[in-house]
Design a protein around this ligand. Structure first.
Ligand code: FEO
Length: 385
């Protein structure tokens, strides 16, 4: 197995999950990688691991560089099992290794593995000397679990950013100058929208740490390693973390007999006439995780559904549950839909959405829209923007 050197003495020893298509509600059409890194120094250090069932692939990559028995430290930047699933096996394969993590990391590892491992516990500002190099740690809680932390290899100016700055892309290429960068940024945006979006404040704190460091290379725990476009991805994260929106509307809707879809068309036309960028997302054909990247920079989010047996359609329920969890901040909402005998479900949707942001209007109509009703819907939108 060929060795992949990130910088002299620092190797990528992760695994490639070519076939992953679903990651807790997120469609990963391009698969992913679980990136682990091996630092060869007096104290041999492994940064993060992989899913349990992929341990052999990681061990093969490590063994191409060094006998795993020689590993002294295994840094666990994040307990989630895509990066820590193989920890118990690795602790058997690396008998002298200690796990380097924070207090919350240790608590999470103990709950997952129910085993007593040797630990070296770190907090923000702690430095671990591994010979000719020093690794500095910073806790980054809630980007995106309470235990998250990042590690900075001072002499090589490498930031191991764990989930932050990652993307779900399975590829044999490892670096951002070997893969179309537009696609990498697009996947990083999708990753941010589906994983990191609720934690903008915490991301800003993490960026503050990053901005205080000299960084040549960012090694995330998923996807492509940043070495040519470090500034570009940091700038993108800054933009996303502060919830910058533009003149854009995302219209998310489902329909039963095309009444709600006619309303969606009317709304789209009106926003378009007012110079807004318009994105229509039909819930029968677009997955909720593919809609989220468009939400990142949208000023308006319009949600439309008909009523089935008193309730909104299940596709819309799923989207709203997902959206509430991801909590985009500072957006304006408009709710619309067609009903048969009771409009209550549409009002209930508006109530639910009001927990997320300001609902600027609700438009309901019975069965099939009249031309005059579509004109009045148009008026309602015009009055908003
Ligand atoms: Fe990639 Fe939160 O694990």
């Amino acid at each position: 197995m060929r060795k992949i050197e990130v910088k002299e003495g620092v190797y990528w020893v992760g695994t490639i999950d070519w076939n992953l298509r679903y990651f807790h509600g997120y469609l990963t059409q391009k698969g992913t990688t679980y990136n682990a890194y091996l630092i060869m120094d007096e104290k041999i250090t492994l940064v993060d691991t992989t899913k349990e069932w992929m341990t052999d692939e990681m061990l093969k990559r490590i063994s191409a560089v060094v006998d795993p028995k020689e590993i002294d430290y295994i840094i666990c930047n994040h307990v989630e099992m895509d990066h820590s699933g193989s920890l118990a096996i690795m602790m058997e394969k690396c008998p002298k290794a200690k796990i380097v993590t924070c207090e919350k990391g240790r608590a999470g590892i103990e709950r997952h593995f129910k085993k007593n491992f040797p630990y070296h516990i770190v907090k923000t500002g702690d430095v671990l000397n591994i010979g000719s190099r020093n690794i500095e740690f910073a806790l980054t809680p809630m980007v995106h679990w309470p235990d998250n932390m990042v590690a900075y290899l001072r002499e090589d100016k490498i930031l191991f950013s764990n989930d932050g700055l990652g993307q779900h892309i399975a590829t044999i290429e490892r670096f951002d100058d070997e893969y179309p960068v537009g696609t990498v940024i697009e996947e990083a945006k999708k990753y941010y929208a589906n994983i990191v979006l609720p934690y903008g404040n915490q991301v800003q704190a993490e960026l503050k740490i990053a901005n205080g460091l000299e960084i040549d290379i960012v090694c995330p725990s998923h996807g492509i390693i940043w070495r040519k476009h470090v500034d570009k991805i940091l700038a993108k994260y800054q933009e996303w973390a502060v919830n910058t929106t533009k003149k854009k509307v995302v219209i998310v809707y489902d329909t039963m007999w095309k009444s709600t879809s006619k309303m969606a068309d009317t709304i789209a036309e009106e926003f378009d006439d007012k110079g807004y960028e318009v994105k229509k997302c039909f819930l029968q054909t677009e997955h909720i995780s593919d809609i989220m990247p468009d939400i990142i920079d949208a000023e308006y989010i319009c949600l439309g559904t008909p009523i089935l047996n008193r309730f909104i359609l299940p596709n819309m329920s799923a989207f709203v549950t997902y959206l509430r969890g991801l909590e985009p901040k500072g957006r304006k909402y408009f709710v619309f839909g067609s009903y048969g005998w009771s409009p209550k479900g549409i009002d209930d949707l508006a109530d639910e959405i009001s927990k997320l942001g300001e609902v600027k209007g609700v438009y309901k109509l019975n069965y099939i829209p009249e031309e005059s009703e579509l004109l009045s819907l148009q008026e309602s939108i015009r009055a908003l923007i």
